[in-house]
Design a protein. Structure first.
Ligand code: NAD
Ligand code: DAU
Length: 339
């Protein structure tokens, strides 16, 4: 089998490349990535010379380049991770989110129709269900819930999902969609909650918690996500949506306190800052469908995953210090300077 993995120089895509090369040593992977601010070839350093791996730099919205790649390679399976992925950036500048996340997905699906693939897997997010109230712990996201969106990011991801389902129904494209909760683990860009808080705590800088810190996320260790997608590729039903996550709900304040405790840093570093516009209250996945059909459940408990993640950031300071030393400084000042 030959896989096209788009966005494979980013956080989850790279972890998926590592996972697949290990679990399916006979399969080939081509990673196609535009190397935006979030893409990093250093992340892929260990596999660049792997005989079953090839990296191609390019934009998923570049129709000519994408069609050329499909013509050259003849893919069996496409897994589309490529996206603008940060909610806060989408609030500042939605345009690129629509281009990459919606039009990019369309281009990839058009190429998949033209050249034929056995599967087109769209990596989606649980943010397309909107949010759940904080005082109803009995409620969870299920696949049959209506799609809604709070941020330009989630609206763009919801649009891509709708388009993918339309391509399945109208053209018979063999689509599957997964909708995952918040991932954490190695190689996550330090604009997201957990790596940002680890990096700030290590530098004894303020930890900027939005609003009251009561918002809840359902944390999933990235390797569990990769295993779930592999399960869907092998055993999922075409035309179906699968939620991925569950049973690891934590408030932002709880997460930040755990990080401080693990690093032996004081809680006085916590600083409450202005809330995110349209801030979703709670995400929580019901994984009954993927569990029932594919036998998947998350394996990594938050307590263990966060320890492993913190240790990874301690052991790989060069990787993230390189990132936060450049353009990131201006980003940080813009987002947090007057918050
Ligand atoms: P990321 O921001 O770390 O990586 C995105 C990657 O896509 C980068 O390598 C970037 O260079 C590449 N990319 C961006 N625009 C591109 C373009 N136009 N053409 C080609 N490549 C492009 O994101 P992530 O956190 O790894 O998320 C991967 C996917 O998973 C996204 O689709 C995201 O919506 C989804 N997702 C993420 C989470 C999470 O918690 N991180 C949860 C659920 C779903
Ligand atoms: O649920 C899946 C989604 O999870 C993915 O689709 C997105 O790509 C991914 O970025 C993530 O979205 P969130 O907005 O939930 O993640 P983020 O890490 O940006 O924020 C997590 C929570 O922490 C959220 O409630 C906002 C809060 N937060 C975040 C940052 C960066 C803070 O309080 N302070 C911060 O500095």
């Amino acid at each position: 089998m030959k896989y096209l993995v788009t966005g494979g120089a980013g956080f989850i895509g790279a972890n998926f490349v590592f996972y697949m090369l290990q679990e399916h040593p006979d399969d080939e992977i081509v990673c196609y990535d535009a190397l935006t601010y979030a893409g990093n070839l250093e992340t892929l350093e260990s596999v660049m010379d792997h005989p079953k791996f090839r990296f191609v730099k390019g934009d998923v919205a570049d129709r000519e380049a994408v069609f050329r790649l499909f013509a050259e390679e003849g893919f069996d399976v496409v897994v589309n991770f490529a996206a603008e992925s940060h909610v806060d950036r989408s609030i500042e500048d939605p345009g690129v989110f629509l281009k990459t996340n919606i039009l990019g997905t369309q281009v990839l699906m058009d190429a998949s129709r033209e050249y034929g693939v056995a599967r087109f897997h769209q990596v989606g997010t649980d943010e397309v269900y909107g949010d759940l109230p904080l005082d109803r712990p009995d409620l969870f996201f299920t696949e049959d819930m209506p799609v809604t969106a709070s941020s330009p990011y989630s609206a763009s991801k919801a649009s891509a999902d709708l388009l993918a389902m339309a391509y399945h129904r109208t053209y018979g494209l063999p689509v599957t969609i997964s909708r995952c909760s918040n991932n954490y683990g190695p190689y996550q860009f330090p604009e997201k909650l957990i790596p940002l808080m680890i990096a700030n705590a290590l530098a004894d800088k303020d930890l900027p918690v939005y609003g009251t810190g009561e918002n809840v996320r359902d944390w999933l260790y990235v390797e569990d996500h990769c295993r779930a997608i592999d399960g869907i590729l092998q055993n999922g039903r075409v035309g179906e949506i699968y939620n991925i996550g569950g049973h690891n709900e934590k408030s932002n304040l709880e997460v930040v306190k755990i990080i401080l405790q693990q690093l032996g840093k004081p809680e006085s570093l916590i600083t409450f800052v202005g809330d995110r516009k349209g801030h979703d209250l709670r995400y929580a996945i019901d994984p009954a469908k993927i569990h029932g059909e594919i036998g998947w459940l998350p394996e990594t408990k938050f307590e263990n995953g966060i320890k492993a993640t913190i240790q990874w950031y301690l052991d790989h300071e060069d990787w993230w210090k390189n990132i936060i030393s450049g353009e990131y400084q201006q980003y940080y000042e813009k987002m947090y300077g007057n918050r």
